[in-house]
Each structure stands twice: as C-alpha cells, then as structure tokens.
Design a protein around this ligand. Structure first.
Ligand SMILES: [Zn+2]
Length: 454
C-alpha cells in the first residue's frame, strides 16, 4: 500500500464509513432534486393545505399509493394501500341551498336571486335551516368578516365574495363532507362567486338583507385513509418496524397577506417526503430481517386521529410492532444546526442511542432540543406509546415562525439539509429492522407512559 495511501488511510476509512452511508442506491435514489420534486408536489397550492376530509387530501393519498406501488413495495393483505377508518362529520350540499339578497342604497333597493352551486355555495351550515334578516356581505379576506366566520355564535348571516379559484369556493362545491359537527352555529356562512354582485364603491352606504334556506346538515361517518405499504422481512418477518409521517395539514383558513393556503411544507410534507424516499431506496437494498411498514397518517392535525385508528385496529398484529420511527418537520434547521437531528422523549428508552449511532454512520449528529420532552406526546408516535410500543418522533428542525402559517412553503425549506438527514435515516431504519434486540423502554419511560398525556 503506497506511503501516500497509508497517510490517507484514516481519511479513506472515515469516508468508507460515510461511503457506507453513501451506498450507491442511497446516493442514486435520495437526491436533492428528488427531495424537492416530492415535497413540492405535496406542498403545492393545488393540494390546498391537505386538510383531512378534503378532496385534495384524498388525491394525495392516491398519489402516495402510486409512489409505493412504483417503488415495488407490497400492499396490505387484500391488496390495498389504504388503512381505512372514519371520523364523525356532516354532509353538506351547496346544490340544495337558496339565497336571495336585497341590497338597499338610500331609498333604492335591488334583488339578487342566486343560482345554487353556480353563484352561491355553503361555507358553514347552522342549526337553523332558513332565515330572512339583515346580513353582512363582504370580501373573503376582510379581517372583520374573518372574525365573523371564526365565531360560530355570530348572530348575523355572512356572505363572502370569493374568486372562483379560491380554495374556499372549490371546497364548498356540490355535495361535500366536513369533519366535526355544526357546533351550534346559529347563522350560516355563504360564499358568492366574485362578479355575481355588482361592484360597489367604498363610500356607498349599503344595507343588505337575505332570505335563505339550507338543507339540515346530515350527520355522517366521513371515510378517511392512512396510506400503508410493507417491505416483507426475512427471519424476523413477524416483527414490524413502522416508519411514519403525517400527510395531512390544516388546509385553508384565515388569509395572511392574501394567502389562505396553509401549505405545510415542513409540517409535515417534509416527513412524508422522507417516508416515500426511504421506501424507494430500501426497496432496492437487501431485504430486512423484520418487516418494515411505511405509513402516512391522516388526521394528525385533528388530534392524532389517523394514527390512533391505526393503532386501535392495526393491519398487522400489534404485539409484533417493535418500534415506530415517526418523522416530523425535517426541513427547517435552526441556524448552525444543519445536518443535525433530535428525537422526542429520548430519555425514555434506548431508541435514541440506537438511532443516534446509526445517524452518525450516516454523517448526521443527534443533538438535544429544548422542547423534545414536551413534544413527546405531540405527534403520531404517541398513538403507539399509548399501546406500550417504543415510539419516538425524529425531527431535524425547529418550531419556526412559519409553523401553521400560510408561509410554511417549499421555498423556505433547506433541501440540502433535508436530503442529508433522509439519507442518514436509511441507516436508522435498517438498524431497527436488522438488529437482534428490539428497543426497550427504561423505568423512566414506563413511568412516563403511566402518566399518559400529561
Ligand atoms: Zn406535524
């Protein structure tokens, strides 16, 4: 071995370690371009913030199923990529509403009879099914009206003018479902397509009244889906490692600087991107010993409902699930923390030690994060913890100022950082899937579980 080579030996060995992480499959499959491509699709405005119960979320579920199929993964027994469950909701139908508006300017009045679904749609139903009274008409991003919408107890019918491309208008089309209940809202909120009512000058004193009917909101169980794919194991195939993230976010809402779409690029399109890319890379590597379950949960933002339903009626024997690695918010490192990650509740089991060593092999350092303990029950890992399964969320970022705001956009993600972390996660998943021992809670962890959510 040449002298020059001997001098280089430590470097070669170190890079070999790194090289181990830079497995050609990993290097080829998990690239910045691919990371950007997947996260951009998930967090695009067309996904309208991926609210649970929205048509855009169902579209996203189908897209994720196609990704898993294309990666060569195996669907659940029965051939489906979806773990189905329901949540209580209401069925609405904008085709069945009627609205007649009367506008009074001075002693002049004009009447506007609006065509259901084409000109007028129902944004929020009410307890009452008909009314004839004064009402408020205004533009969708008027902050005064926004407060009216947010206040279910508001005693005035509200009518919002929205452009046809606005997510609210699209969401209220035809027959559609809404999660939750009518919540004792006393007055409905209608949407009117911009251009239906004549333009008004701001200095005009206008009084509006409305005669309206809406169908009684029909209680229903809204069908929802977790997207699930398996990578069968070998000698330990009846033991399962769940790699997860939530593909839902909070949808559309109060506009900020005119933007009403809460894109959730970091929360949690970044984690969902990691699940997709990990599945694609691992599918090209030697089969694991334990079976790996890749799961994208819905309804996380609705109180961990998707993962709770999954753990309540899992598609595999629950006692066989040895660990859950839940991926949350990987895209926005604090300054100086690029290429680093942290784990919630790391002091409660040997999970962080195992994951930390594997991350290190992948060139990513596991660090402490000041809120890691508080956040232990804040994401989908908690649904597994409640069943005694060792489960932690891994994050590589912070609760940044765009958290749960329309500004949580792809442009603000650190794609090189995300790519580095996702590559290193290959080592972590393989470690949990191939090691002899399964991760274990320690006494502090057992005490923490006993305390429950507190
Ligand atoms: Zn989240």
């Amino acid at each position: 071995m040449s002298r020059m080579l001997l001098r280089l030996l430590p470097v070669v060995l170190a890079s070999a370690g790194a090289l181990r992480c830079q497995d050609p499959v990993v290097a080829e499959r998990i690239t910045e371009a691919r990371v950007r491509e997947v996260v951009s699709w998930l967090a695009a405005d067309e996904r309208a913030g991926r609210d649970t119960g929205s048509p855009e979320l169902e579209q996203t579920a189908d897209w994720l199923g196609e990704r898993f199929a294309a990666a060569g993964l195996v669907p659940l027994p029965g051939g489906s990529w979806f773990h189905e469950y329901t949540l209580p909701g209401i069925g609405l139908d904008s085709r069945a509403v009627t609205l007649k508006l009367v506008r009074k300017v001075g002693d002049k009045s004009a009447e506007f009879v609006l065509e259901p679904d084409k000109d007028v749609r129902l944004l929020r139903p009410a307890d009452l099914v008909s009314g004839e009274e004064e009402c408020t008409v205004g533009l969708v991003d008027d902050p005064v009206l926004q407060r009216l919408i947010d206040a279910p107890s508001a005693r005035r019918t509200a009518v919002l003018e929205v452009p046809a491309e606005h997510p609210f208008w699209k969401r209220a089309a035809g027959a559609h479902d809404r999660l939750g209940s009518v919540r004792g809202a006393s007055r409905p909120v209608f949407l009117i397509r911009t251009g239906v009512l004549p333009a008004r000058s701001a200095d005009q004193e206008v009084a509006w009244s409305a005669a309206w009917t809406v169908p009684a909101a029909e209680k229903k169980d809204v069908p929802l889906r977790n997207v699930t794919a398996t990578m069968p194991g070998t000698d330990k195939k009846d033991e399962f490692v769940v790699v997860s993230a939530h593909y839902d976010h909070i949808g559309t809402g109060r506009p900020v600087d005119g933007d009403a779409i809460y894109n959730g690029a970091d929360d949690d399109a970044s984690g969902t991107t990691a699940v997709v890319l990990l599945s694609e890379a691992l599918a090209k590597m030697p089969p694991p010993r334990r079976t790996i379950l890749f799961v994208c949960f819905s309804a996380e933002e609705r109180g961990l409902e998707g993962s709770a339903a999954f753990c309540k009626r899992p598609p595999v024997p629950r006692e066989g699930i040895v660990a859950n690695l839940n991926l949350e918010m990987l895209g926005r490192p604090e300054p100086g923390k690029e290429g680093k990650a942290w784990i919630t509740g790391s002091g409660y089991s040997d999970f962080a030690d195992i994951a930390g060593a594997a991350l290190k092999r992948g060139g990513v350092e596991l660090i402490d994060f000041r809120m890691a303990d508080q956040l232990f029950a804040a994401s989908d890992n908690w649904s597994f913890v409640r069943h005694g399964i060792v489960a932690h969320s891994l994050s590589a970022g912070s609760l940044h100022s765009d958290y749960h705001r329309p500004s949580d956009e792809v442009e603000r993600l650190d794609i090189p950082h995300m790519t580095k972390v996702i590559r290193a996660l290959v080592e972590v998943v393989r470690e949990f899937a191939n090691r002899d021992a399964r991760p274990e809670w320690n006494d502090e962890g057992k005490a923490r579980i006993a305390r429950g959510k507190r």
